[in-house]
Design a protein around this ligand. Structure first.
Ligand SMILES: [Zn+2]
Length: 382
């Protein structure tokens, strides 16, 4: 009797667990994350969906934005966001590991992981995949620095020695930062350069390639005009992205078939699926950006103009890391010879760098002439 009762209840339990598992699988395929909503979202009991938490959604976004600047450690991000008012659902201050968990959770860009597999969610993303990627990059580079106990120098790893082509490294001596050739290959006669000197030189370079605000506005206006003309040509670009998305969908279907027929292992399936799904999400984002703002060429062109205008602010600013980023954007083959920076301007910045009058604000007459004789035609960078 006991045996039969035991057998029956075991059958019942097995069946139940199988049913629960099946239910979960169906749920995740519908794009529903089967668990407690992560910080910034709430479980809606009626619709069984994850919805943005009106109180915390904006904070989550802010966490990613702050961290992506790479100006803040995890702890600083935690402190800033706590100061701004973020508390957990049970009223506690988030700890640093909570912040880190948020920053690596694909849920926030619209996907989620279940059983080691990535799924496309049907919830509203808090951030773009692009911002998420940026944060992963920052995290990786920060881990690299702290693991090796290396101090941060804004201009390290940017230059090569003009004499022996070794890398230029940095160190602090008596409160000043110095940059010097690593002299790893041969003997090299190059001397130290003080950070202040590099900073000054970089400011001058950025000044040279920066666009005055008055020009910026006119150039953007020109681009907008150009945009209207080419509206039709961009139709095919959208079609192309859409067919790429469909291709990804096909690939995912085929992959699922392979896994169901046990042609590939579960691990292999999960790995390939993650790759294709991330691809699909990135293309969809591109499409969305394109449809919202229009015109694939317009964005890089505008971006170039805006960056050139921002370079002006960076040149006079005190943020050395920002200056270093700008310098890398506008110049390639950065070399240090006899304590002097030499570089090749990239793409369109070549033109700006070669125009001596460009760094000054144009007089009103000049600017108008420029507009008329198409001096604004732009070569896209990179
Ligand atoms: Zn050297």
């Amino acid at each position: 009797m006991l045996n039969i009762a035991f057998g029956q209840s075991k059958y019942y339990i097995d069946n139940l667990s199988e049913n629960v598992k099946r239910g979960l699988r169906q749920k995740v395929r519908r794009g529903e994350y089967p668990g407690v909503a992560p910080t910034g979202y709430l479980n809606n009991r009626l619709t069984k969906k994850m919805v943005p938490d009106p109180e915390r959604f904006k904070f989550v976004k802010k966490i990613f934005q702050l961290y992506a600047t790479s100006n803040h450690s995890l702890k600083e991000v935690r402190n800033i966001i706590t100061e701004a008012g973020l508390r957990s659902r049970n009223g506690k201050i988030l700890c640093v590991s909570n912040i880190q968990a948020i920053l690596v959770n694909p849920f926030y860009y619209g996907a989620f992981k279940f059983n080691g597999e990535l799924y496309q969610g049907n919830h509203k993303p808090a951030i773009t995949k692009k911002l998420f990627n940026k944060c992963q990059k920052v995290m990786k580079s920060k881990a690299h620095h702290t693991n090796r106990g290396i101090k941060f120098f804004a201009f390290r790893g940017i230059f090569n020695c003009g004499e022996c082509s070794c890398g230029i490294t940095a160190e602090t001596q008596k409160g000043h930062n110095y940059y010097r050739c690593t002299k790893k290959k041969t003997s090299c006669s190059q001397k130290y350069v003080r950070e202040e000197s590099l900073n000054e030189q970089i400011s001058k370079i950025l000044q040279k390639v920066s666009l005055p605000s008055a020009w910026t506005k006119k150039m953007i206006a020109e681009l907008e005009k150009e945009k209207d003309k080419t509206e039709r040509a961009d139709f095919s670009f959208v079609q192309n992205l859409k067919s790429q998305i469909n291709e990804c969908k096909d690939k995912l279907d085929k992959l699922l078939d392979l896994q169901l027929s046990e042609t590939i292992s579960t691990e292999e399936y999960a790995e390939k699926k993650q790759k294709i799904l991330n691809q699909k999400i990135e293309i969809s984002e591109k499409l969305k950006v394109f449809q919202q703002k229009g015109y694939s060429w317009l964005e890089p062109a505008k971006n170039f103009i805006l960056v050139s205008n921002e370079a002006k602010n960076a040149a006079s600013g005190t943020d050395l890391a920002e200056k270093a980023e700008f310098l890398k954007k506008v110049g390639s083959n950065l070399v240090l010879t006899d304590q002097t920076i030499k570089y090749f301007p990239r793409g369109a910045w070549k033109i700006l760098g070669n125009l001596p009058h460009f760094s000054a604000e144009p007089r009103s007459g000049e600017a108008q002439n420029g507009t008329e004789n198409r001096e604004y035609s732009i070569v896209l960078p990179g």
